[in-house]
Design a protein. Structure first.
Length: 530
């Protein structure tokens, strides 16, 4: 018997309102066991495939290839991923999910680091940076360690002695909500152009987040917020959504999130309200809708805006999202109606014959490839199947890499994973066609080099390359070294995107004698994005 999608949605709504009936569970299990379509079963009836067999089961557009980056026993149950400027891939790994260990007890979860030690573009080393964690999800490599969520706090795990393992655990914010639902905690960390760390807050949990400066926000269920990386300040970013899981930036600095059980993708407008199980908006109405289609699923997690020149034109400025219920990677092309993005549903980017494939997180790599965290599991549902179901797998997990090889006449070679390690080299990276490289270089110049980079970065402000000008200005702005004359030139830049970023720099200003005039003048700009 096939479980129809409408019936699944109806059961889910009952579940989230606490109306989980024993007969309903029995019905769901019966549907799963007898489903003609294994991709419609909440408990997959197939057996797991070995990594090599799973790779052969994938289908991609012509010219694209899928490579295995890591798998069990090196990696088990990856959740979130993040790159650093050295080209290392940091991964949260959880064996505990969905049941946390009691507070005060040592968990089995960890943050692992994948590294290319010989520069051939492939990871050959997997090491554990910090262990004993409790369902870690979001993470961001920073300075001598990593900022990450692990029940019940946002932590800064530091390696102060240089041995590759964390020896200091500093609480930045917390405790935050996790008690109601471990599939809806803080995750999907993204460093903005402005230097803040943006974070999704998932379904059902209540959180009060406080900064050292006395700032405080309160959240229930779906929200996004941002924090300073030193623990000093927290601010609400958006309100609503049901269960956001996955965020990304586009080159203009627009922020997008994937969401479970409402529209698959939203553009996150600062201060905006989004639908969330009947919650009201702020009186101004809900923020604009990006898409009307659902990609045949209420389980969306992970999102990437492809911003590079390595893939064919048809795949650039596309949103790619992980669909863990259908075991696919969906694709939407993005165009703009004025300043509002509109997503057009395109053919799925990746399909598979393996129902265990669960793409929970996607990342654009500094090499131009798409990286996919595969939670590889018989069961992914959090309400459809009991949390203690014995069929939940706790040993398998994969990370995949999708590359575009081009044709025999025009082969495409991926970029190196690691960025340059010098100030001049990083300044050059600010002009890379790859958005991830530009962001990594910008953050490395600010975080690691600071004032020592100002002179070289200031020279790049006059570059003919628009990307380099934009990111160089952000470096100076974040270091407090962007002069008023440079900001005025930015507001009059010949490139519309450069003027967009100039307006973003003005959003945090306190000097309205000069800056207010620049902002008002921006209202007359010919570009709606400005």
């Amino acid at each position: 018997m096939h479980c129809p999608k409408q019936s699944f949605k109806h059961r889910f709504r009952w579940a989230v309102h606490g109306l989980w009936l024993p007969g309903l569970v029995a019905f769901a299990c019966a549907c799963a066991a007898g489903a003609a379509d294994p991709f419609a079963a909440h408990v997959r009836p197939t057996e797991p495939l070995a990594p090599d067999d799973a790779r052969e089961a994938f289908r991609l557009p012509p010219g694209f290839e899928k490579e295995l980056v890591a798998s069990e026993p090196d990696i088990a149950k990856p959740m979130n991923m993040a790159f650093d400027a050295r080209g290392r891939l940091w991964v949260t790994v959880t064996l505990e999910y969905p049941h946390p260990v009691p507070l005060g007890e040592r968990g089995r979860d960890s943050i692992q680091v994948l590294e290319d030690t010989n520069g051939d573009g492939h990871f050959d080393k997997v090491s554990t940076f910090v262990d004993g964690l409790n369902i870690p999800i979001g993470l961001y490599p920073y300075r001598d360690g990593v900022i990450a969520w692990s029940i019940p706090n946002l932590w800064f795990f530091r390696d102060t002695d240089g041995d590759g393992r964390a020896d200091v655990r500093e609480k930045l914010y917390g405790p935050l909500g996790w008690e109601r639902d471990t599939h809806g905690m803080s995750s999907s960390f993204v460093r903005g152009f402005d230097g803040w760390l943006y974070i999704t807050h998932g379904f059902n949990n209540d959180s009060v987040v406080r900064g050292a400066d006395g700032s405080e926000i309160r959240m229930n269920s779906g929200n996004t917020y941002r924090v300073r990386l030193d623990g000093s300040r927290v601010e609400h970013h958006t309100h609503g959504q049901v269960n956001p899981f996955g965020m990304c930036l586009d080159p203009r600095g627009n922020l997008y999130s994937a969401d479970c059980h409402s529209s698959p993708v939203y553009q996150l407008l600062h201060g905006g309200y989004y639908p969330s199980f009947g919650k009201p908006h702020d009186g101004l109405g809900f923020a604009p809708t990006l898409m009307q289609h659902s990609h045949d699923s209420t389980a969306i997690s992970g999102i990437v805006y492809y911003a590079d020149d390595q893939w064919p034109d048809a795949f650039r400025d596309n949103l790619f999202i992980g669909n863990v219920m259908t075991s696919r990677i969906n694709r939407d092309s993005v165009t703009f109606n004025g300043s509002s993005p509109v997503a057009e549903e395109m053919p799925d980017f990746l399909e598979t014959d393996d129902p265990w494939f669960r793409p929970v997180n996607l990342q654009l790599g500094p090499d131009g490839a798409l990286y996919v965290a595969d939670f590889y599991n018989r069961i992914i549902g959090h309400y459809e199947v009991p949390l203690d179901h014995p069929g939940r797998d706790r040993e398998r997990g994969r990370i995949w890499r999708v590359v575009y090889r081009g044709s025999s006449e025009q082969p495409i070679q991926p970029r190196p994973l690691a960025l340059a390690n010098t100030i001049p080299g990083l300044v050059k990276e600010l002009g890379s066609p790859n958005l991830k490289r530009r962001l990594l270089a910008m953050n490395d110049l600010v975080d690691r080099h600071g004032d020592a980079a100002v002179s070289a970065v200031r020279q790049a402000v006059g570059s003919d390359d628009a990307f380099q000008r934009i990111h160089a200005r952000w470096v100076l702005h974040r270091l407090g070294a962007l002069e008023d004359s440079e900001l005025q030139r930015a507001c009059a830049d010949t490139g519309a995107d450069a003027r967009v970023h100039a307006m973003r720099m003005l959003t945090g200003t306190q000097r309205w004698t000069l800056h207010g005039g620049l902002a008002v003048a921006g209202l007359e700009d010919e570009s709606p994005h400005v």
